[in-house]
Design a protein around this ligand. Structure first.
Ligand code: CA
Length: 222
């Protein structure tokens, strides 16, 4: 899951970034509305966290602009102002949810999960390839009914592979979605993590699910 934070206050941005990363999200940050617009329209994000008071382009205008440009990524708005008028304005501009600063991080995470669930419109909570099952709610992974313990990063990588099951995912795609942008120089890290996953998921099984396509990337399939 890849999140974009558009917030000019570094302290708040860093706090959100850290918390989301700990929860397994991949996070990019923009510090003004213009930069936010550029990233939101060029990167593939699963969610945008958008502050209202921003330099260059304010959050409300940016949200409206993105919706006009047919960017449908869920947007959660942040503001210091606890006013009904702002809330209405935010939602009218096309935001999906609204949170007033300061907020409890647990609530923030719960709101994000709710938005992501809503986005997966047919409410997929489990993904399955062959006998490998990943539960998006509990983050539990099993193969042949046997639970597999994964680290946060391994889980994020597997979830990404499963969401794209049957299609080739390149190292660049993986680095952008599971790690952060500008990661290309460390792509061997991805190979290392793929090996960790292989050891946990495929090693004891005859039918291998993670396949390497030389020079292209990886594909998860039966
Ligand atoms: Ca701000």
């Amino acid at each position: 899951m890849r999140v974009l934070i558009v917030e000019d206050e570094r302290k708040i941005s860093d706090f959100i970034k850290r918390g989301l990363k700990e929860d397994g999200y991949s996070v990019d940050a923009a510090y003004d509305g213009k930069e936010g617009h550029l990233l939101a329209t060029t990167g593939e994000y699963d969610l945008v966290v958008l502050d209202i008071m921003l330099p260059k382009i304010d959050g409300i205008s940016l949200c409206r602009k993105l919706r006009e440009e047919k960017i449908v990524t869920p947007i959660i708005m942040l503001t210091a102002k606890d006013s009904v008028k702002d809330k209405v304005k935010g939602l009218d501009s096309g935001a999906d949810d609204y949170l007033i600063k300061p907020f409890a991080f647990e609530e923030f995470l719960a709101r994000i999960r709710a938005l992501l669930r809503k986005r997966d419109s047919n409410a997929v909570t489990k993904m399955q390839i062959s006998d490998l099952v990943l539960d998006l709610m509990t983050h539990k992974v099993t193969r042949s009914g046997q639970e597999i313990e994964l680290t946060t990063k391994e889980y994020a990588l597997l979830e990404y592979l499963m969401r794209n099951a049957g299609s080739v995912v390149t190292r660049t795609m993986i680095s952008e979605h599971v790690w952060d942008v500008n990661f290309d120089t460390y792509t061997n890290v991805i190979d290392v993590y793929i090996n960790y996953l292989r050891n946990k998921i495929d090693r004891d099984h005859k039918n291998r699910l993670i396949h390497t396509l030389r020079g292209r990337g990886y594909v998860l399939k039966e």
